[in-house]
Ligand binder design. Sequence first.
Ligand code: ADP
Ligand code: AMP
Length: 213
Amino acid sequence: MKIIMLGAPGAGKGTQAKMIADKYHVPHISTGDIFRANIKNGTELGMEAKKYMDQGLLVPDELTVKILLDRVAKDDCQNGYVLDGFPRTIPQAQVLDKALEEIDDKIDFAINVDVPDENIIKRMGGRRACLSCGATYHVEHIPPKKEGICDACGKELVLRDDDKPETVGNRLDVYHKQTQPLIDFYSAKGILKTVDGTADMKDVFAAIVSILG
Ligand code: ADP
Ligand code: AMP
């Protein structure tokens, strides 16, 4: 099963993608996590990506597409995957489609996690991320057991630089201009499914499971 998660930054794509990955035994692939891991390890790719991420801009398609295509070519993707944060532009979606067509394959579902901008702004300020294992929490809605510490790996939780209020507005603008057109793109293919992302995370997941079967 090959699934794409769509939605504004902070809509809950990552939260749901991890639950989907667990239940359906497919890898969770987040281009944002891949970039953050590269930044942490000081790679050339990481340094290049950081310039854009810190401003709330998208990393150029050439860089992003390459890392994604390399990742989905790995053995663990044979039975599918859940993509979180990719594609974020129409050209990215077209490249992915073409790569899949070449192996006589296609995306099964594009799940749009729908959350209005007002809720997004509140959520982003409360998001806490573990840069070590990629887990995310929310100070009010999904708090860790011990404040500031990751339940999964015990490392420190941080407010991501790009979740600071001055950057969130930019990210939402970028989302509306460059990523939202994907909703029509996948709707035209008949694989778009929209869920109400303002509900409790368990209810959002139940709605997704009823779509995926
Ligand atoms: P995205 O991957 O779309 O950027 P995340 O999954 O990281 O978003 O979620 C953004 C923030 O909102 C996180 O702090 C997360 O814990 C919280 N969150 C996710 N789903 C819900 C929900 N259904 N209700 C309330 N908060 C949520
Ligand atoms: P995320 O963790 O998905 O919120 O992504 C964090 C940041 O990484 C984004 O704001 C972009 O700067 C960059 N990024 C992640 N995925 C992509 C993508 N598919 N295309 C371009 N930039 C991306």
